[in-house]
Design a protein. Structure first.
Length: 243
């Protein structure tokens, strides 16, 4: 069964999801070696979601372009506080009281750098855009993930999402087939969880340094629904290293 698509009907509202508790600090990495895959959109919206839920959140930007840091600079004082770490400029240091740290990886992450970032995370999310160029790039990147996986000893859990999806796009079928077929060296599949639309709601939110979860209820409601499978997975033990 494929993930819920834009244009379909989601099963529940995000308000019914409770973030996973019990970890001293949860680290979620968002990565794809291909630029323009929607990494920062996923990272900033996750940060905003957890902050709005009352968690102490830090957003660490490893990308020299600094898009996540730019997003935070637009954030108003009335919005839930999110800590900032310009990890591209130095070491990752976050307060011990942090509940969730979101790691926004740079494009072109390969080899030892890729393995190092995976070691820092409990969970990794790989967004992929449904275009022929992006799918081919993703094929190479998933191959590299399988190669470095034996070098990462923390059992990081990896999932995929379709990103910047346009309603009715023909390449969406190709992307779904591709993502549903990706496997780890163990033979276990990467979970393919949902489709995130290319929507003006993300632009409106980003202009104010907000996530779509912090917009008024009348704005971005459909887009919030498509986050439900990802948020439910992140709130479950399945998204955490075993043991």
């Amino acid at each position: 069964m494929g993930a819920a698509r834009p244009g379909g009907r989601a099963a529940m509202d995000t308000g019914q999801i409770k973030p996973l508790r019990g970890l001293a600090m949860r680290a979620i990495l968002v990565l794809n070696a291909k630029g323009g895959s929607g990494k920062t959109t996923v990272a900033t919206n996750l940060a905003g979601y957890y902050a709005a839920e009352g968690a102490k959140v830090v957003l660490a930007d490893y990308d020299p372009q600094g898009s996540s840091m730019d997003w935070l600079r637009q954030r108003g004082t009335n919005a839930a506080k999110i800590g900032a770490v310009d990890a591209a400029a130095g070491a990752l240091r976050v307060p011990r009281s942090t509940d969730v740290v979101i790691l926004d990886a740079p494009a072109g992450t390969h080899g030892d750098i890729l393995a190092t970032l995976l070691r820092k995370a409990h969970t990794a999310i790989v967004p992929v855009v449904p275009s022929p160029v992006d799918i081919r790039a993703a094929q190479r990147f998933f191959g590299e993930l399988r190669e470095v996986r034996p070098l990462v000893d923390n059992d990081v859990k990896i999932c995929t999402v379709a990103s910047r999806v346009r309603d009715g796009a023909r390449t969406s079928d190709d992307l779904e087939d591709f993502l549903m077929d990706q496997k780890l060296p163990s033979g276990r599949r990467f979970p393919f969880l949902t489709w995130l639309r290319q929507s003006t709601a993300y632009l409106k939110a980003a202009e104010k340094g907000l996530s779509i979860f912090e917009l008024p209820p009348s704005q971005g409601a459909v887009d919030r629904e498509y986050w439900v499978p990802l948020l439910k997975w992140l709130a479950s033990p399945r998204s955490l290293p075993e043991g």
